[in-house]
Ligand binder design. Structure first.
Ligand code: C5P
Length: 246
């Protein structure tokens, strides 16, 4: 697929300039990292699955009125997206206690929260993406009050929709991470907030509703094995074809 100069190589994706101005090509790799890249490996075929799962999720979210950066999938591992200025926050939504929340608060994983919890981390690999409060965001001007309120609204809508979507295929959506971006208009002053990055088993926790089996990157993080099969099973239940061009 034609793409322009390489802009950035992250842990799981490479970003290239798109051929049209204001566009980016996201290339999804099989590389997997955990614990801020202290653990490294690969999950065979992960890039293809994450590309296709992200396509499906972004497409469905657009249909319920959430603006996203997604334009179209170009190939097995590439998708074309709008170029945005990323808000330097990881927006984490939790429906059930797991992961760092369980550790930080000394709680058992699996406790259902009274209401969904939205947490923010500062997007900074060198600092290990530290948890921050809304007050930090406003005081440090990482986002303003209107943006924060829009982020909360969109995040809750996304959570409501995705919980239902996954429940429909026998999967509980435990938690996930979102990133938002500012899409500037031609005047380079006005902008709107849109959903960016990706949504895949790399950045959410998915537990089988019947067995409680983990179907996400925790299989890799925790050396549980079966990560390839788990990602494939998520794709299969979502009705995604894994026939590849490779
Ligand atoms: O590790 P923690 O429990 O805080 O993660 C919460 C959720 O956010 C998990 O679904 C995890 O996959 C996701 N996450 C992410 N990228 C990060 C941190 C967390 O995708 N840098």
């Amino acid at each position: 697929m034609p793409k322009g100069e390489k802009l950035y190589e992250g842990k799981a994706k490479v970003l290239y300039k798109g051929t049209e101005p204001g566009t980016i090509v996201q290339y999804f790799k099989d590389d997997a990292t955990a614990f801020n890249a202290q653990k490294k490996g690969t999950i065979a075929g992960k890039g293809i699955i994450n590309n296709k799962v992200t396509e499906l999720v972004m497409h469905n979210l657009e249909r319920i009125g959430i603006p996203t950066h997604f334009i179209e999938r170009l190939s097995d591992r590439e998708q074309l997206v709008r170029e945005v200025e990323i808000v330097p926050l990881e927006v984490i939504v939790r429906n059930v206690v797991a992961g760092t929340m369980a550790k930080r608060l000394g709680m058992e994983e699996g406790i259902r929260l009274e209401r969904p919890l939205v947490e923010f981390s500062l997007k900074d690999d060198a600092l290990g993406d530290p948890l921050i409060a809304e007050e930090h965001i406003l005081s440090l001007d990482l986002a303003d009050e209107d943006e924060l309120s829009e982020i909360f609204d969109m995040t809750h809508q996304i959570n409501d929709f995705l919980r239902g979507m996954f429940a429909g295929i026998g999967i509980e959506l435990i938690d996930f991470k979102l990133e938002f971006g500012r899409l500037y208009e031609e005047d380079e002053v006005s902008y709107s907030l849109i959903l960016a990055d990706e949504f895949s088993p790399d950045n959410c926790r998915l537990w089988d509703l019947k067995t409680g089996e983990k179907m996400d990157k925790d299989r890799f993080r925790r050396d549980l094995g079966g990560e390839v099969e788990a990602y494939q099973e998520v794709a299969r239940r979502l009705g995604i074809s894994l026939e590849t061009e490779e």
